[in-house]
Design a binder for this molecule. Structure first.
Ligand SMILES: Cc1cc2nc3c(=O)[nH]c(=O)nc-3n(C[C@H](O)[C@H](O)[C@H](O)COP(=O)(O)O)c2cc1C
Length: 336
């Protein structure tokens, strides 16, 4: 058994979750020279003018600071979305801020966008250099969010700054307005607040494909309003969904749920709503936009169901944590 699979299989269920993440991620990076010799599995997908090596990507939040893109790609992810990166560096919320609800194979997090900030991440990406898919690298998404200290009225400038610094290094850019862990962030999903942000970021991003990532907790009519706005502005796509603040339908006891506390819930309990949001979006936008389906995708059947609901591409995070480093390859190989 390799060091990294040991950590994933054993560490991730016993050690403090944030420490397990750090150790597991470090082991994946250390294993890169061995992993890099393996061919990326799956069939290529063309979307947004890009060729993705396969349909499955790693969702934002795992590699917040863009330190392990190629190691994660070597595990079989066809794309890696780094971030969320904010205009200013920030420490995130006090620890503990990451919890497992093992009975649901779910995670609750209130990380609060701990990250090195747009300048540092841009410098790191510049040092890595542009690595194309032809050279064996994954497609690189960069997800940007609002700095906590920046008031809502100045959100446009904060997103603009991150876009200006990071778009030159990204294959695609994502405006994240859907994390539950930055106070007020999700208010920016209201069309009148979202429009100026997307217009400004679009300007900074130039020809880099731009997507918006939405919460599963939006009312249906608000999902449709974002879809219409994305179409009107000419975004390339929508990522659905982020984590939920709902705690409905969990197998974990109310004590376990209470012990985790506030934050975004991810994993299988999210599947139903994430699937429905994807279906609504596809019905609304037709073939015009690329839709990335994320939320609870765990098995090959889940992956196929989300593709059937209209997703062009898929992402996962929580299943990777529970299932370990072989997970992306298993899913991609299991799909037709
Ligand atoms: C610990 C953790 C941190 C996350 N951080 C971010 C983040 O910084 N930005 C973001 O857009 N989504 C973040 N997410 C949300 C995931 O990208 C994804 O949308 C969500 O977890 C649903 O997918 P899953 O059920 O496959 O985990 C985070 C999720 C987790 C579990």
């Amino acid at each position: 058994m390799t060091a990294y699979s040991f950590l994933f299989d054993h560490g991730f269920t016993r050690v403090d979750p944030e420490r397990a993440h750090r150790l597991g991620f470090r082991a994946v990076r250390a294993a890169r020279p061995v992993l890099a010799r393996r061919r990326t599995p799956g069939r290529p997908v063309s979307a947004m003018g890009l060729t993705f090596p396969n349909v499955l990507g790693l969702a934002a939040g795992f590699d917040k600071n863009a330190v392990g893109i190629d190691a994660l790609g070597a595990l079989g992810f066809g794309h890696v979305e780094v971030g969320t990166v904010t205009g200013q560096p920030q420490p995130g919320n006090p620890k503990p801020r990451l919890f497992r609800l093992t009975a649901d194979r779910a995670v609750v997090n209130r990380m609060g966008f701990n990250n090195d900030g747009a300048e540092a991440v841009a410098a790191r990406l510049a040092a890595r250099g542009r690595r194309s898919v032809a050279e064996g690298g994954p497609v690189l998404g960069v997800n940007i969010g609002k700095s906590k200290v920046v008031p809502e009225e100045q959100a446009v400038r904060d997103y603009e700054k991150s876009a200006r610094l990071l778009a030159p290094h990204a294959d695609y850019l994502v405006v994240n307005v859907s994390s539950p862990n930055t106070p007020g962030l999700r208010n920016l999903q209201a069309v009148d607040k979202l429009e100026p942000i997307l217009v400004a970021v679009r300007r900074e991003a130039g020809s880099v494909p731009l997507l918006v990532k939405i919460a599963p907790d939006l009312a249906d009519e608000d999902v449709l309003a974002v879809a219409d706005l994305a179409t009107a502005i000419g975004l390339e796509g929508i990522i659905a969904t982020n984590t939920t603040i709902s705690r409905d339908g969990l197998a974990s006891t109310s004590e376990q749920v209470a012990a985790a506390g506030a934050g975004g819930l991810s994993g299988p309990p999210l599947t139903g709503r994430a699937d429905k949001v994807l279906r609504m979006l596809r019905d609304r936008v037709g073939d015009a936009l690329t839709l990335i389906g994320v939320g609870g995708v765990t098995t090959v059947e889940d992956a196929q169901a989300r593709l059937d609901a209209g997703a062009d591409l898929l992402q996962g995070y929580t299943a990777f944590v529970y299932e370990g480093p072989g997970w992306p390859r298993r899913i991609v190989r299991g799909l037709p």
